[in-house]
Design a binder for this molecule. Structure first.
Ligand SMILES: Cc1cc2nc3c(=O)[nH]c(=O)nc-3n(C[C@H](O)[C@H](O)[C@H](O)COP(=O)(O)OP(=O)(O)OC[C@H]3O[C@@H](n4cnc5c(N)ncnc54)[C@H](O)[C@@H]3O)c2cc1C
Ligand code: FES
Ligand code: FES
Length: 502
């Protein structure tokens, strides 16, 4: 039976939203209905961070705070969540929160348009135990753009807030929020329907809690749009003005949010966000970790899922080439059961994937690297942070006594789909691991890829970069990974470019 309402803790107090368009963005609701205009609108597409708010979610009995872009989040996905906006940080006596005070005292704001977004990103960073080193602060703030102040004072304000703040007036409320959120959780599918007052057209939103419920719903409505983090789908509404009349939200299905590890594999549910996958993936595949750390911003990684990245099938999506080089298997699920395929087989042509009606991406399975396997991955983009790849490439080789016994090479940004470079791999297999072999592979690459020119890069540049990724991986073979990573305050070098071999 369809409902008309959702309940969240807005600013920590139970708040009901009744009879609304399920594709209404959280930002519009805050600004136009809830009169919380401290949250600003800049780009409306997840890029500038002016609309940043903090969502609190109950995970295994604990509250997790995450900064998100309210401009691309659909309102009903807030059901059962805690939502904090910049208005909630003001102290009960009306004085500024310590983060706001630090920004004011250290002149970290000029026009102030970006400031509420920065404040909320800093709040989430501190509440999730974020570090005071430059690399951690850069990661936390890469999704917040300021066009007048300059980042020096803002970074100082973060450091000052971290050192000054142990607890604030919100800390004492957390135990109560945990109890309230636990009481709000329900095992049943949330179903909403809304009739447009102008046209009478109905719009439906369902949020199943189990894969069994999802499978049945999707079989009944194969035309529905699956919604995970919404970092792609949100823009279909805010930028393409598309009308999405039936949404199935995956964000409440705990089975899709699982990460499991065996001796040989890591299995990640399609609904796992990049933020949640980062710790385990960067431990086992440091280069994949580095690519994920540069995927979007903290706000995007807190919402964007691996399943959404794969299902979207964009030729410039970052996870696919790296996962293909790692020999990842994809699990698809539908009313007919489970289907397992190599990830590279999923991408048929531009915008077309091997997914039947009613079938959804359930999980990926990545083999753990073997001792004789060498793996590297590189994201090459114009800006270091918060940018789409011009080329993303990955190589995995198995070496026995200096001979390459197996190779997997994959790229994004060089064809209509994420692509495995089989001809190039064949030049490597059976050959010696030396520069001559790598040069032959670099020459062979044009048999595999046919990049196009667009606003991000020319075809020539892409081919050259794709070749040089192979050379770079070869040159870095003897270099400890720690020396090729941008860690600690050395991360400032990111401002100087991403260092692809030329
Ligand atoms: C500001 C910004 C920066 C970005 N930067 C990057 C970047 O650096 N690199 C990059 O690769 N991407 C980037 N993206 C794109 C986006 O974040 C990713 O593609 C993300 O992984 C999509 O996941 P999602 O959970 O948000 O998917 P959604 O938007 O919810 O869905 C995307 C598509 O997948 C489908 N879908 C979702 N889950 C499933 C499932 N389980 N089974 C079947 N279909 C499903 C949806 O129906 C939709 O077609 C960026 C986006 C924004 C807005
Ligand atoms: S308004 Fe720019 S990220 Fe939301
Ligand atoms: S203070 Fe003006 S945009 Fe940041």
């Amino acid at each position: 039976m369809a409902q008309k309402n959702i309940t969240l803790l807005l600013g920590g107090r139970p708040h009901e939203v009744i009879n609304f368009d399920p594709t209404r963005t959280l930002l519009d609701y805050l600004r136009y209905d809830a009169a919380r205009t401290g949250t600003k609108e800049g780009c409306g597409e997840g890029d500038c961070g002016a609309c940043t708010v903090v969502i609190g979610t109950l995970k295994e009995g604990k509250l997790h705070f995450e900064a998100v872009n309210s401009c691309i989040i659909f309102l009903p996905t807030l059901d059962g969540k805690l939502l904090l906006t910049v208005e909630d940080l003001v102290q009960p006596d009306g004085s500024l929160h310590i983060i706001q005070r630090a920004i004011a005292d250290l002149q970290a704001s000029q026009c102030g348009f970006c400031t509420p977004g920065f404040v909320m990103s800093i709040f989430a960073h501190i509440r999730s135990g974020g570090g005071a080193d430059l690399a951690s602060i850069n990661d936390a703030l890469a999704g917040n753009l300021c066009r007048c102040t300059g980042y020096g004072p803002i970074i100082e304000a973060v450091r000052h807030s971290i050192s000054a703040q142990v607890e604030d007036h919100l800390t004492a409320l957390e135990e109560t929020w945990i109890k309230q959120l636990a009481a709000m959780s329900s095992p049943d599918t949330l179903s909403l329907s809304w009739a447009c007052p102008d046209t009478g057209n109905e719009r439906h939103y369902s949020a199943p809690k189990t894969t069994a419920a999802l499978t049945a719903l999707y079989a009944a409505h194969p035309e529905a749009t699956l919604l995970a983090g919404g970092t792609d789908v949100g823009l279909w509404v805010t930028k393409q003005l598309r009308s999405l009349d039936r949404l199935i939200y995956l964000g409440h299905i705990t089975e899709l949010a699982r990460i499991t590890k065996s001796k040989t594999h890591i299995e990640i549910g399609a609904g796992v966000t990049f933020a949640d996958a980062l710790p385990i993936l960067s431990t086992h595949f440091p280069d994949l970790g580095e690519v994920i750390r540069r995927l979007g911003s903290a706000q995007i990684r807190n919402r964007a899922t691996i399943g959404g990245n794969i299902a979207n099938g964009s030729p410039i999506g970052d996870s696919m080439p790296v996962l293909i080089a790692l020999n990842t298997e994809l699990t698809l699920q539908s009313a007919s059961g489970l289907r397992h395929i190599p990830l590279e087989d999923y991408f048929i042509s531009y915008g077309k994937q091997d997914r039947a009606a009613g079938e959804f991406v359930a999980a990926i399975r990545i083999p753990i690297l073997k001792a004789d396997q060498y793996f590297r991955a590189y994201k090459i983009s114009k800006r270091f942070d918060q940018d789409i790849s011009s080329v993303c490439g990955a190589i995995s080789v198995t070496l026995n006594d200096g001979i390459i016994s197996s190779a997997r090479i994959a790229y994004g940004g060089v064809a209509a789909t994420p692509l495995r470079a089989i001809a190039t791999e064949n030049t490597l297999i059976g050959a010696k691991w030396n520069e001559t072999t790598i040069q032959s592979a670099m020459s062979a690459l044009e048999n595999d890829i046919s990049p196009i020119s667009d606003m991000r890069a020319t075809a020539d540049y892409r081919l050259k970069v794709a070749r040089n990724i192979l050379l770079k991986a070869y040159i870095e073979y003897d270099t400890p990974l720690s020396q090729t990573r941008l860690t600690g305050d050395g991360a400032q070098t990111r401002l100087m470019g991403n260092g692809a071999a030329e």
